[in-house]
Design a protein around this ligand. Structure first.
Ligand code: NAI
Length: 266
C-alpha cells in the first residue's frame, strides 16, 4: 500500500479517486477547500492563493514523511464556479496543480518513484478562440497578463479563461514530464482530459442559463454524461505500473466529443 495526495478530494472526480485509492488499501491525503470527510487525513487549504498552495504542499509533505507514491490533481473551478471569477479559475486550475507538483517533485522521486495524474479537460481542444497569449502568459507564471489577454470576451470570458487554464496545464504536463528531473528520476507525469462528467461542477453549469444551454448543445457521441467513478478508475490505472511507459500523455475520456469536433487533427 502506498501514500497518495489527492486535491479536490471533497467532491466529484477527486472524491471518487480518493475513495477508490482507499478501497485499494492506500493512504490518501486529501486536499480541498472543504472537509473531505476524513479529518485525520486531510489538508484544508485554499488553492486560489500562493500562500494556500505552499501551505497545502508543505502539510502534505509533512504528513507523507517526504515520500509520495503518487498524486492526483483534481481540484478545479468550472466556468461558473466561484461566480465565474476569471482570476479564481486561472489560479486554482493552473497554479493549484503546477505549484503543488513542483513542491512535491522530490517526494515523488524519493523511494520507489511515484506517478502524478493531472486532471485537464477536453475544453482544451473544443473551445474556439482561446488567445495564445493568455496560455503563454500562464506558462510564464504571469496570471495578470494571462487574464488581460481575455478581458474583451464578455459573458463568455470565464469559459475562455477555463480553457486557457487547462491548455496551459496540459502543455506544462507535456513540457515537464520529459525533463531529467521528472522522467529521468523515474516519476511519471500524465494527464486525463475528461469531457462532461456529472459532478457538482457540471451541475452548476447546467443550472446556469448561459452555460447550461451551451453544455446541453455540446455533442457527446456516446450519449449522456460521464460518471466520476469512471474517471477515478482511469486516474487510478494511470498510477499503476501500467503507466511505467506512459509519459506526458493527455488521455481523453470524453465520450467522443474531441474526436467528433476535430477528427483529422492527428
Ligand atoms: P467538483 O466541483 O465536484 O470538485 C472540485 C473540487 O475542487 C471541490 O471539492 C472543490 O472544493 C475543490 N476546489 C475548488 N476550488 C478550490 C480551492 N480554491 N482550493 C481548494 N480546493 C478547491 O468538480 P469535478 O467535476 O469533480 O472537477 C474535478 C476536475 O475535473 C476539475 O479540475 C475540473 O476542471 C475537471 N473537469 C471536470 C469536468 C466535468 O464535466 N465535471 C470536465 C472536464 C474537466
Amino acid at each position: 500500500a502506498g501514500t497518495y495526495a489527492v486535491t479536490g478530494a471533497a467532491s466529484g472526480i477527486g472524491q471518487a479517486t480518493a475513495e477508490l485509492l482507499r478501497a485499494h488499501g492506500h493512504t490518501v491525503i486529501g486536499v480541498d477547500l472543504h472537509t473531505t470527510g476524513h479529518p485525520d487525513s486531510e489538508v484544508i487549504a485554499d488553492l486560489a492563493t500562493a500562500e494556500g498552495r505552499s501551505a497545502a504542499a508543505a502539510q502534505v509533505l509533512d504528513r507523507a514523511g517526504g515520500d509520495l507514491d503518487g498524486a492526483v490533481l483534481a481540484a478545479g473551478v468550472g466556468p461558473v464556479g466561484g461566480g465565474g471569477h476569471p482570476r479564481l479559475i486561472a489560479e486554482v486550475n493552473y497554479c493549484g496543480a503546477v505549484e503543488l507538483l513542483e513542491q512535491w517533485r522530490p517526494a515523488l522521486a524519493a523511494g520507489r518513484p511515484g506517478k502524478a495524474v493531472v486532471v485537464s479537460s477536453n475544453s482544451t481542444t473544443t473551445t474556439p478562440l482561446v488567445p495564445a497569449r493568455s496560455v503563454r502568459a500562464l506558462l510564464a507564471g504571469d496570471v495578470e497578463k494571462s487574464l488581460r489577454a481575455t478581458r474583451l470576451f464578455g459573458p463568455g470570458r470565464p469559459a475562455i479563461v477555463y480553457a486557457a487554464s487547462k491548455i496551459a496545464l496540459s502543455r506544462w504536463v507535456r513540457r515537464t514530464a520529459v525533463l531529467p528531473l521528472w522522467a529521468g528520476e523515474g516519476i511519471r507525469l500524465n494527464a486525463v482530459a475528461p469531457g462532461a462528467v456529472l459532478t457538482p461542477l457540471l451541475q452548476q453549469q447546467l443550472d446556469n442559463p448561459l452555460e447550461g444551454k451551451a453544455v446541453r448543445k455540446f455533442p457527446i457521441p456516446v450519449g449522456g454524461f460521464g460518471e466520476p467513478g469512471a474517471l477515478a478508475r482511469w486516474a487510478c490505472f494511470m498510477l499503476t505500473d501500467a503507466a511505467d511507459f506512459q509519459c506526458g500523455s493527455i488521455v481523453f475520456v470524453d465520450g467522443g466529443t474531441d474526436a467528433l469536433i476535430r477528427p483529422d487533427e492527428w
